[in-house]
Design a protein around this ligand. Structure first.
Ligand code: UDP
Length: 249
């Protein structure tokens, strides 16, 4: 039985690493397939889905710029183009069959970009994104905010506000928000709920702090959950305790 959704419209933030497998580079079709397998049940729940994709599996601007050869704005432009590559891969893998591609799932999608890539993506506009969502299309948001010195976490918070998502779902490799890094500290304690203020005050590494403060400002709760646990995304969308909820109480 398909569980009932707790939300009408969600914004899912998925990092590029979900597309390459742990520690990998580029796009691994089996990792992409695994992500789609988790995403499709959510769609069957009738939820409107906006998806912000990262690009860290290909380029992260800051690390590229640190070597000193490439200026940060250029490196960030490369990072934003990396998110476009991921978005195109995901879009085709989801929609494919619609265009005669044999392996795609025939799901209605729209790939929109905040960077000009007019021959492959539709330019992002808030009104058009909402039209797509209401028409039942998964809206894949590429190109980050379109500006350097930002990350796709911040972009996800921004877009969640813009499209009127009721929640920002941050897909991660860990079970939620911890009081210290569980990779370093086996005693790290996980929170089921935590406030924005506490995340900010303790500088907990959930997601970029600018994204957290943006969600606080717009009163958009954040659910931090593990993506590679089968059924966990659907459980989070069904309102189950699937990770950590960051909100104002
Ligand atoms: N980026 C940017 N502006 C944005 C969003 C992203 O310049 O609004 C660049 C930045 O260089 C970043 C890269 O795109 O490192 C990939 O995004 P991110 O690091 O957030 O990807 P993730 O870690 O989520 O895979």
């Amino acid at each position: 039985m398909i569980p009932k959704a707790a939300y009408h419209r969600v914004l899912i933030k998925v990092s590029g690493e979900a597309f390459c497998g742990s520690g990998g580079f580029g796009i691994d079709p089996s990792a992409l397939e695994a992500f789609i397998t988790e995403l499709l049940p959510v769609r069957q729940m009738g939820v409107q889905i906006g998806l912000v994709v990262g690009g860290g599996n290909i380029f992260r601007g800051r690390s590229l710029a640190e070597a000193g050869l490439i200026a940060r704005p250029t490196a960030d432009a490369m990072g934003m183009l990396a998110t476009v590559m991921n978005a195109l891969a995901l879009g085709d893998a989801l929609a494919g069959r619609q265009y005669g591609h044999p392996s795609g799932r025939g799901v209605k999608v729209s790939v929109m970009s905040a960077r000009p890539t007019a021959d492959v993506c539709e330019p992002f506009t808030r009104s058009r994104a909402i039209e797509h969502l209401e028409a039942g299309r998964i809206v894949i948001l590429a190109g980050g905010t379109g500006n350097p010195f930002f990350t796709t976490d911040t972009c996800a918070a921004l877009r969640a506000g813009e499209i009127g998502a009721e929640v920002l779902m941050k897909a991660t490799k860990v079970d939620g928000v911890f009081d210290s890094d569980p990779a370093d500290n086996p005693e790290a304690k996980k929170f089921d709920r935590i406030t924005y203020d506490e995340v900010l005050a303790r500088r907990l590494g959930v997601m970029d702090l600018s994204a957290v403060s943006m969600c606080m400002e717009a009163a958009i709760p954040i659910i931090v959950f593990r993506m590679d646990k089968p059924g966990n995304l659907a459980a989070a969308v069904a309102g189950e305790n699937a990770g950590t909820i960051v909100s104002d109480n």
